[in-house]
Design a binder for this molecule. Structure first.
Ligand code: SF4
Length: 282
């Protein structure tokens, strides 16, 4: 069984509701999960797993990637995509090792890797997982590292992270759980690959002030209150009224959304649609 990396009630729970209430409704309230897993997710999982074992157990990162991707082999629908990911992942990690991996212990101390967290925000359990937390040996400062894989652009991926609440959420959770060793920065570790171009980059760290963290908490409380009230109103109103579709869903969001096939149909919540299953623990 492949463990899903995405937390059940974390950063994605928060942002999915903001980006499309309808999608949130399908995923978190009906708990309808697509049977297919996107290859990009499988590839990203294998990369993250390999990093974690490399830092934690000094395991050969490339071998571990091969093992991890092979565990996911049957989930690939297209064998050529699997072979392509297997090849590009090895080249990517080889380039990454030369640039950042070989001497990492001279620069950094590992605090934790792939560690799950749970923080209470009101009555809500906010959960997630840090890719890694490290201490810079020169400055003594701790930071959270966030690994991203992209074939779009390094800076595009960086700005997506910069302008999202993902770094805010991770810093908020760390500081709540470790009030005496606060952290204020997230280091992006971006693994870019397009064709035969492999570029691991670490653009500037992303900082968040204590005010931004407090605002994040208030935003979460507001959204949780709003969702709770809507859930209570589901008895009297149609779900489409309370959890409407995103107004302009015609771009990339539509093509990557697993619910696009059922989004404009008249659903019956008692029947899980073809191609989905109900995940009781979601
Ligand atoms: S297809 Fe678009 S509008 Fe429909 S659920 Fe997905 S993101 Fe929302």
């Amino acid at each position: 069984m492949i463990k899903e990396r995405e937390s059940k009630s974390g950063f994605h729970f928060y942002t999915l509701y903001q980006s499309c209430p309808r999608r949130f409704y399908f995923k978190y309230l009906l708990k309808w999960m697509t049977d297919k897993i996107h290859p990009a997710l499988l590839y990203g999982q294998a990369i993250h797993h390999a990093h974690a074992d490399f830092y934690k157990n000094s395991i050969d990162i490339i071998n571990e990637f091969i093992v991890q991707l092979n565990i996911r082999r049957e989930l690939y629908e297209d064998r050529t995509v699997f072979m392509k990911d297997l090849d590009r992942g090895q080249s990517m990690l080889d380039t990454w090792m030369v640039k950042w991996g070989i001497d990492w212990q001279e620069r950094e101390e590992l605090i934790c890797v792939e560690e799950e967290f749970m923080v209470k925000i009101g009555e809500f359990n906010f959960t997630g997982r840090w890719d890694g937390v490290f201490k810079d040996k020169k400055t003594g400062r701790k930071f959270i590292r966030e690994i991203k894989t992209t074939s779009y652009s390094v800076m595009g991926s960086y700005y997506n992270l910069f302008y999202s609440d993902q770094p805010t959420a991770y810093l908020y959770a760390w500081n709540e759980l470790h009030p005496h060793e606060k952290i204020d920065e997230v280091q992006p570790d971006i693994l870019y690959n397009k064709g035969r171009v492999f570029k691991p980059e670490r653009p500037p760290n992303i900082r968040r002030s204590s005010l931004e963290l407090e605002e994040f908490k208030l935003g979460m409380l507001g959204i949780i209150t709003e969702i709770t009230q809507k859930v209570k109103s589901l008895e009297n109103f149609k779900s489409i009224q309370l959890f409407p579709r995103r107004g302009n869903c015609d771009g990339d969001g539509f093509y990557t959304c697993p619910y696009r096939g059922i989004c404009r149909t008249n659903i019956d919540i008692n029947y899980v649609p073809f191609g989905f299953h109900k995940e009781e623990k979601a």
